[in-house]
Every structure is written in C-alpha cells, then in structure tokens.
Design a protein around this ligand. Structure first.
Ligand SMILES: [Zn+2]
Length: 137
C-alpha cells in the first residue's frame, strides 16, 4: 500500500479501513467460493476454474495453485463414502441395477464438483494465509 505521498486524510481513511478489515474465515471461503483476502470476489470462473485476479480487490490468484490435492481427497474420501452407501442400498433394498445408475451417477457428479470447489477454495485460502513470501505485486 502506498501511503507516503498521499495526503493525511487519505492515509487516515486507509488506516480506518485497515483497522476494520477482517479476513474471511477459511470455512466461509470454502463454502462460498470467494476470495481469501476480501471475502467478496468470486474465486471461480465456471465450475472449477480459478480466476486470475479477484474482481473486487485485484488479488493475483495465478500463483495460488491447489494442484491435485483436492482431487486426491475427493477420489479417496467420496469414493469410500459412495461405496458404503451403494452397499447399504443394495443389501437393504435390493433394487434393480438401473436404480443404482439413476441414484449414484448424478449424486457422485454433484458431490464431486461441490467437494472439489470447496477443497480447492480451502487450499487456496490456506496458501494465501500461510505462505511466507508475498506473491502480490
Ligand atoms: Zn478479493
């Protein structure tokens, strides 16, 4: 933030803004898919693509890469939960095979996309909060 050459009134307003600023919680960022700095700008363009810059605070998000971390958690975690549910439905109700297709295909796709978005946003938030070097500027 450039405060040296600005008039005192502008510096005072910036100090007030900084004093009242609160970082969004990681849970808030993960569930709403918002910027880890301002908590207002959308983090995703489309389903799973992270925007290059926050449209509200202009935070550069290109270097905050969640990589394959969320995919591993979704494959292992959601896969285990799905298989337990599939076996429970099969042994409890013994439905025809097409019920399984109608039930689990939409559920698994929706749950995977939701979990991938949430975990990606959570990891990006943790990178933003804990990274020792500043990627801004
Ligand atoms: Zn932002």
């Amino acid at each position: 933030m450039k405060t040296a050459g600005q008039p005192p009134a502008v510096r005072l307003l910036e100090d007030i803004a900084l004093a009242s600023w609160q970082a969004p919680s990681p849970i808030d960022v993960a569930l709403r898919g918002v910027c880890p700095r301002c908590g207002r700008g959308k983090l995703f363009r489309g389903l799973l693509t992270v925007v290059d810059r926050c449209p509200v605070c202009d935070l550069d998000l290109r270097a905050h890469d969640a990589g394959d971390g969320p995919a591993v958690f979704v494959i292992l975690g959601l896969g285990a939960i799905m298989m337990m549910l599939v076996f429970w439905v099969e042994f409890r109700f013994e439905p025809p095979w097409w019920v399984h297709v109608l039930l689990w295909v939409p559920f698994s796709v929706a749950a995977a996309v939701w979990l991938l978005r949430s975990l990606k946003a959570l990891l990006i938030n943790q990178q933003y909060v804990h990274r020792s070097t500043s990627l801004e500027e």
